[in-house]
Design a protein around this ligand. Structure first.
Ligand code: PEP
Length: 250
């Protein structure tokens, strides 16, 4: 049985008061669920989020980290720093990091390697752009992103990896991959992991879908056999919507 996960990526939204208020609303209305729920507030509010969620089964994740242990990297945050405030999971490879901060596969491979070495869990994001899909290159692009950043990992590291397929054309655009498109790609991803690593790793790994998941489309997307949850952007900023998406898992 794979872990079902719904994770909220808050991006650069919510100041301290907004973080408190959103988390309070979330906690007050959180359903009883077997779904593993995560939220990723901005760096500065991580300690507050960890404190507020003590004893609540909502995990706090970070949106990024640096690959070095420490040193002259102005403005950056290390794995140790995250761990020291109680954050054990980090989102890496988000398309906004790739596009706006030029994060490429080589850099991401270093970041994933460091997170794994430090015992952290990684939500690794990847996905094709619209032009890739039009050109029929979406499988090729996804395969390359996975291979370059993850396929050198030892088998033991894979229990720390959660995959998040996020077609770039569906992020924050209101466009969603159809449930069939998501299922087709997730099955392909699982097959790649089986080939690169092992059948048992592929069977056990959670593959999330991300891209304009909303209360109205979540149940249908989540009903697909290879979709093990969602990485939610915009809708994770509205407590009622995020809760409805968690409930869509049944
Ligand atoms: C995301 O940023 O990971 C995301 C999926 O955003 P949205 O849900 O807003 O498309």
């Amino acid at each position: 049985m794979r872990t079902k996960i719904v994770a909220g990526n808050w991006k650069m939204n919510q100041d301290l008061e907004g973080t408190r208020s959103l988390l309070r609303d979330l906690v007050a209305n959180l359903p009883r669920t077997s779904v593993s729920v995560m939220v990723a507030p901005p760096f500065v509010n991580l300690p507050e989020a960890v404190a507020l969620l003590q004893g609540v089964s909502v995990e706090v994740a970070a949106q990024n980290m640096h690959f070095a242990d420490s040193g002259a990297y102005t403005g950056e945050i290390s794995a140790e720093m995250l761990l020291s405030v109680g954050v054990k999971t980090v989102i890496l490879g988000h398309s906004e990091r790739r596009a706006y901060f030029r994060e490429d596969d080589e850099l991401l491979s270093k970041k994933v390697g460091k997170a794994v070495e430090k015992g952290m869990n990684v939500i690794f994001c990847f996905g094709e752009e619209l032009a890739d899909r039009y050109d029929g290159k979406h499988f090729e692009v996804v395969e390359r992103q996975l291979k370059n950043a993850l396929f050198d990992l030892p088998e033991t590291a894979w229990k720390q990896i959660i995959l998040a397929y996020e077609p770039v054309w569906a992020i924050g655009t209101g466009e969603t991959a159809s449930p069939e498109q998501a299922q087709e790609m997730h099955a392909f991803i699982r097959k790649q992991v089986a080939g690169a690593c092992s059948e048992s790793v592929a069977e056990g790994i959670s593959i999330l879908y991300g891209g304009s998941v909303k209360p109205g489309n979540a149940a249908e997307i989540f009903s697909k056999p290879d979709v093990d949850g969602g990485l939610i952007g915009g809708a994770s900023l509205v407590a009622d919507d995020f809760i409805a998406i968690i409930k869509a898992f049944g």
